[in-house]
Design a protein around this ligand. Structure first.
Ligand code: GDP
Length: 202
């Protein structure tokens, strides 16, 4: 899929205020600093559609972007930033879970994982929660250019091994680099494939 149009629609802090539109949506979520804004900008071919936050974890907003006039890309707040207070964390979790529980038009959540890191508890728990709530998701491994191909392969194997402790099979995943745009076509083709006919159905 080629992204011809990408426009900002609205930012808000509650699922009740998300657009009334029933267009299919694809949500992007991950730990702060995982490379989410860079990935969104890389996928959409816009330099600063998603703002890279200088204070990670501070902007806890749900951002809707309209893509090619037929689906929404949803930029969800980064989680797991240590300096956010406990009460902020609780509110934050509630509004994230409310988003996933209430947005029936959400087709797939892309859970971003930094390909350099070993499996992190917070990501594992989050994916387990998605699974328990039957919310479809894929993994996007980010920053692949930061590793040599052997290291990357090894990290992916370690990750898969950890996932298979909980899951019967490894969820669908993509390996990306916002610097080299690798993985871009795969992610966009997946969205195009799963979105076929949906825009009309909703
Ligand atoms: P966010 O907090 O998840 O939105 O993360 P950002 O997109 O702001 O990225 C966090 C940092 O990682 C920034 O310094 C980016 O330049 C860097 N970064 C993001 N994606 C990549 C990537 O694919 N390759 C490399 N080398 N650096 C990246």
């Amino acid at each position: 899929m080629e992204i011809k149009n990408a426009e900002f629609v609205v930012s808000n802090s509650s699922v009740a205020q998300c657009p009334k539109s029933q267009l299919p949506e694809y949500a992007f979520i991950g730990r702060s600093n995982v490379g989410k804004s860079s990935l969104i900008n890389m996928l959409t071919g816009r330099k600063s559609l998603a703002k890279t936050s200088s204070t990670p974890g501070k902007t806890q907003l749900i951002n809707h972007f309209l893509i090619n006039n037929n689906w929404h890309l949803v930029d969800l707040p980064g989680y797991g930033y240590a300096k956010v207070s406990k009460s902020t964390k609780n509110t934050f979790q509630k509004f994230i879970t409310a988003y996933f529980e209430k947005r029936d038009q959400m087709v797939c959540a892309f859970v971003l994982i930094d390909s350099r890191h070993t499996p992190q508890k917070i990501d594992m728990e989050f994916m387990k929660w998605l699974g328990e709530h039957q919310i479809p998701f894929c993994i996007i491994f980010t920053k692949a250019d930061k590793l040599k191909s052997k290291e990357l392969q090894r990290n992916l194997e370690v990750y898969e091994g950890e996932m298979l402790q909980t899951w019967v099979e490894m969820p669908q995943y993509f390996v990306t680099s916002s610097n080299s745009a690798s993985g871009k076509d795969e992610v966009l083709d997946y969205i195009e494939e799963t979105n076929k006919g949906l825009a009309k159905a909703f």
